[in-house]
Design a protein around this ligand. Structure first.
Ligand SMILES: *Cc1c(COP(=O)(O)O)cnc(C)c1O
Length: 241
C-alpha cells in the first residue's frame, strides 16, 4: 500500500492530539509516550515519507520483512542529501522464531515479543556473539486467549527473573496485545493487568528501576493504553489510513 506524505502527516497530528488528550485525562506527561510506526502494510516509498517527517522508530512484525525493509531503508538513508536527525531504529514486534534471531539482530536490537525462556536464551547468546546488548520486552498474554502468543500471566514473573539474569539482553519492560475480539473493557483490563504485573515485579525487586516500559496500544486501542500507562505505542493502520 502507498500513502501520501500529507496523509501521513495529518494522521500523525490526529494521533498526537489523541495521545495528548489521553495524557490529560490520566494526568500523564506526553513526553512519557513514544510512537512506533508499524510499517508492515506499506511500501518502502511510504516509509521514506516517515523519515521526512522525522518518524525514525519503525517496527515490523515478521522477521523476513523486517530484514528486507531495513536493508532497503538503509540504502535510502545512505543516498539522502539531508542527513537524518538520528539513526533509524527498528523494532521487532511480532512473533520471533529462534532460527530467525541471527538474521534479525543485526537490524533490530529491540525485540518486543519475547515469550519463552528458549527465545530469550537464543537472543542473549547471539547478542553475545555479536558483542552487542539487545533490549527485550517480555510479551504477556494478558487477555488469556488460547492460541495467542505471549507467556501466561502466572509465568511472567519467573520468566522476567530468568531474563534479568542473562548477560547480553536487557529487560526493558513488558508488552501485551489487547484481545483479538474488540471489547473496550476487556482491552482496558489487559492493559491494567500488564501495568500491575510490572509494578509487582518492581515491588518484589525482580526487575530494577530501568525496566520501566509498557509496550501496549495499537491503532484501535492506543488512547486506552495511554490512560493505563503505556510508554510505547505500536501503531500501523491509523498512521496509514
Ligand atoms: C500490526 C501490529 C501492530 C499495529 O497494528 P495496527 O492495528 O495496524 O495499529 C502492533 N503490534 C503488533 C505486534 C502488530 O503485529
Amino acid at each position: 500500500m502507498a500513502v501520501t506524505r500529507n496523509r501521513i502527516e495529518t494522521n500523525l497530528q490526529a494521533i498526537r492530539q489523541q495521545i495528548a488528550e489521553a495524557c490529560q485525562r490520566s494526568g500523564r506527561d506526553v513526553g512519557e509516550v513514544r510512537i512506533l510506526a508499524v510499517t508492515k502494510s506499506v511500501d518502502v516509498e511510504t516509509i521514506r515519507h516517515l523519515l521526512d517527517l522525522d518518524v525514525l522508530e519503525l517496527a515490523e512484525s515478521r522477521a523476513q520483512q523486517l530484514v528486507s525493509r531495513a536493508e532497503e531503508i538503509e540504502a535510502v538513508v545512505q543516498r539522502r542529501r539531508k542527513p537524518l536527525a538520528r539513526p533509524v531504529k527498528w523494532h521487532m514486534v511480532g512473533h520471533l522464531q529462534r532460527n530467525k534471531v541471527r538474521s534479525v539482530l543485526p537490524w533490530a536490537r529491540t525485540i518486543h515479543s519475547v515469550d519463552s525462556l528458549r527465545l530469550a536464551e537464543e537472543l542473549s547468546e547471539r547478542a553475545g556473539k555479536m558483542d552487542i546488548q539487545a533490549d527485550v520486552f517480555l510479551q504477556v498474554n494478558c487477555a488469556q486467549e488460547q492460541q495467542k502468543f505471549g507467556c501466561a500471566v502466572g509465568a511472567a514473573t519467573h520468566l522476567a527473573e530468568m531474563i534479568v539474569s542473562m548477560p547480553h539482553i536487557r529487560l526493558a519492560g513488558l508488552m501485551t496485545m489487547g484481545p483479538t475480539q474488540w471489547d473496550a473493557e476487556e482491552t482496558r483490563h489487559s492493559f491494567i493487568r500488564l501495568r500491575e504485573l510490572l509494578e509487582e515485579m518492581h515491588k518484589e525487586g525482580i526487575v530494577g528501576p530501568d525496566c520501566n516500559e509498557l509496550s501496549m496500544g495499537m491503532s484501535r486501542d492506543y488512547p486506552i493504553a495511554v490512560e493505563e500507562g503505556a510508554t510505547i505505542l505500536r501503531i500501523g493502520s491509523a498512521i496509514f489510513a
